[in-house]
Design a protein around this ligand. Structure first.
Ligand SMILES: NC(=O)c1ccc[n+]([C@@H]2O[C@H](COP(=O)([O-])OP(=O)(O)OC[C@H]3O[C@@H](n4cnc5c(N)ncnc54)[C@H](OP(=O)(O)O)[C@@H]3O)[C@@H](O)[C@H]2O)c1
Length: 308
């Protein structure tokens, strides 16, 4: 029996992506086979696909793609406890395999999906969720602090602003005008990026800026330093060259802590209405190229997901 999966056979642009018919995976020991309902897409996947990160993330071809997924358990392998066929789950693949109809997931990389979390939100939650968690924790916010977050309405940013706000800190979110109302509705002070952004931040934060989380790159580390933020309270997940040059933090998903535990807590907050992950768009799996075309414009509010 075969099943559909996103694949590419060489490094390149969006046009190397295709949908292949592949053998139905069989769950091994402590593995679970999940029928995917939604799978998020992330900017790093597009960069890996170009081959630009081949030293850090080697690829074997044909390569699959994707970490984020949510779906219904089809079959469980030997030694799996706590999960059964037909359970609704959220999880992640460490094998770049999530963008497919059927995905093998290690049982430790799955959590149960709360009823009141939509498939799209569940399927887009893992990478941006744990990254936002790690980034916000890294700058040690307290009530009375003011933190600036760039890319404030993107996948990571939209969750980071809300997690930062929950600490009691004042949150300034850098975003284009279209996102300002959404940010205000989540207790965030919106500031437009572009020429003069430093002056606009100083006006919005007359008492100064204590911390800076950069989810976009392109000069925000330098801006944070110019605003007088201490290096240990600047975190960038997008500009590793600036981090190396100035000694600021790069904490993201890898530093956040146990992925499944954080995923479960984020899903609980969403189910309780305490956290929102906006869904900008959903595409059928067969339109994976169109989905990445939209993502690579880099103006997504929240997440884009594929729905196999
Ligand atoms: N280290 C890690 O663990 C880790 C994990 C995940 C992601 N990342 C990295 O983090 C970055 C963000 O990922 P993401 O999924 O959040 O991306 P994303 O959803 O594509 O981010 C899009 C956001 O960027 C904003 N933006 C566009 N131009 C901007 C500018 N000049 N200044 C400020 N913001 C601007 C957009 O805001 P407007 O729509 O308002 O223009 C949009 O909200 C990527 O570089 C990704 O590779 C790292």
């Amino acid at each position: 029996m075969t099943t559909k999966a996103v694949r590419y056979n060489e490094f390149g642009g969006i046009d190397v992506l295709r949908i292949d018919e592949v053998e139905r995976p069989e769950p091994g020991r402590e593995q679970v086979l999940v029928r995917v309902k939604a799978a998020g897409i992330n900017p790093s996947e597009a960069v890996i696909r170009t081959g630009a990160l081949v030293d850090m993330f080697p690829s074997a071809f044909p390569s699959g793609q994707g970490s984020d997924l949510a779906g219904v358990i089809e079959e469980v392998g030997a030694g799996v406890g706590g999960f059964s066929p037909d359970d609704e789950v959220i999880g992640f693949s460490n094998n770049r395999a999530a963008q497919a109809e059927l995905v093998l997931v290690e049982v430790g990389d799955l959590v149960h999906k709360p009823e009141h979390v939509s498939w799209a939100v569940a399927g887009g939650l893992y990478v941006v969720g744990v990254t936002a968690w790690g980034a916000v924790n890294s700058v040690h916010l307290e009530p009375g602090d003011t933190v600036v977050i760039s890319g404030a309405a993107g996948g990571v940013g939209s969750l980071a602003v809300q997690l930062a706000h929950r600490t009691g800190a004042t949150v300034i979110g850098l975003a284009s005008e279209d996102n300002h109302e959404w940010l205000r509705s989540h207790g965030v002070l919106p500031v437009a990026y572009g020429d003069g952004v430093g002056d606009r931040i100083r006006t919005a934060a007359p008492g100064g800026v204590d911390a800076f989380i950069d989810t976009y790159g392109s000069g925000y580390v330098e801006l944070a330093l110019a605003l007088g933020v201490a290096t240990e309270r600047i975190d960038t997940i997008a500009d590793y060259a600036a981090a190396a040059k100035y000694g600021v933090k790069t904490d993201g998903g890898s530093e956040a802590g146990p992925g499944a535990e954080i995923l479960a807590e984020l899903a609980r907050l969403i189910a309780d209405g305490q956290l929102e992950l906006p869904i900008a768009n959903s595409y059928p799996l067969t339109q994976v190229r169109e989905a990445y075309t939209e993502l690579e414009r880099r103006h997504t509010r929240g997440k884009i997901v594929l729905t196999p």
